[in-house]
Design a binder for this molecule. Structure first.
Ligand code: ZN
Length: 277
């Protein structure tokens, strides 16, 4: 799943390519938007809010979410696409560029003044100009019994952290992912670490949390199940933690892209991150 830094970079690339240009083609390949034609409108900007992308035209906003495997590609007019056409959900073209959204997890077009219906529930954006750590901490602590690993992924608390930065931040602070968030005595440091990792990586194509960009050296624990901890040598563990809330969701509670609806594989060092007693 793309993290906030990946979405931020996608927004910047779209913004640089499309802003100020007039749309010469708009092709929405989802049933609800199939008849919509925004040709002739000028693109004002593209911004990210957490893991959401907002492309603003004078009257409407095109909202997209990459979810698990979506991506935006930019092509010079006439260049071949690098993904199959049947996976394209939308094409926005100007006289220079084609922006193609592939396998998008969500795609909507709303009046500009209705953007809040799509992103108004999000917590403070870790990469936003208005990042507010105190507000994020207050939201995280509203449900002190929730495991910290789950609370950090809930975009209603803070927007932009995915599974990679969750696992890595918790390792760096020595916190077990199952510890109830109300018992994390270094919670401000965990949030600060996640934000710094996102900022550090937003200009990079290859995400690293170790400072080493070489393949196999980029992460402390994420994706390293069974390999020795880089600090203490203990084999890294992995697993999913099914919680009572997961079971409630499975029984029908509503979930969304911002409300983690399934347990994700978590990685941790059992020595550096002792289990809660
Ligand atoms: Zn360790």
């Amino acid at each position: 799943m793309p993290e906030g830094d990946t979405v931020w970079r996608s927004a910047r690339r779209l913004d640089q390519a499309l802003t100020g240009a007039t749309l010469t083609v708009t092709d929405f390949r989802v049933p609800e938007l199939a008849t919509l034609d925004l040709t002739g409108q000028q693109v004002e900007e593209t911004v990210s809010r957490g893991k959401h992308l907002l492309t603003r035209l004078p009257e409407v906003t095109i909202h997209s979410h990459l979810k698990m495997e979506g991506s935006w590609h930019l092509y010079k007019l006439g260049s071949p696409w690098r993904s199959p056409a049947f996976q394209a959900r939308v094409v926005l073209a100007t006289d220079r560029w084609q922006a193609v959204g592939f396998r998008l997890g969500a795609l909507d077009v709303v009046p500009r003044d209705q953007e809040h219906t799509l992103v108004g529930h999000l917590g403070p954006d870790l990469l936003g100009p208005d990042w507010d750590a105190d507000e994020a901490l207050a939201r995280l602590l509203r449900s002190p019994e929730v495991p910290v690993g789950e609370a950090l992924l809930d975009q209603r608390n803070l927007a932009g952290v995915g599974n990679l930065y969750k696992c890595e931040s918790l390792f760096l602070l020595g916190i077990h992912p199952e510890l109830p968030i109300g018992e994390v005595h270094v919670l401000p440091e965990v949030v600060d670490k996640a934000q710094r990792l996102l900022v550090m990586n937003r200009e990079r194509a290859e995400q690293t949390t170790t400072g080493n960009a070489r393949r196999g050296q980029r992460h402390w624990v994420y994706g390293r199940a069974g390999q020795p901890c880089r600090r203490c040598g203990t084999p890294i563990e992995s697993g999913t933690f099914a919680t009572a809330r997961d079971q409630a969701r499975a029984a029908g509670e509503a979930s969304s892209v911002d409300n983690p609806s399934q347990a994700r594989v978590t990685y941790w060092c059992p020595t550096c991150q002792p289990a809660p007693s």
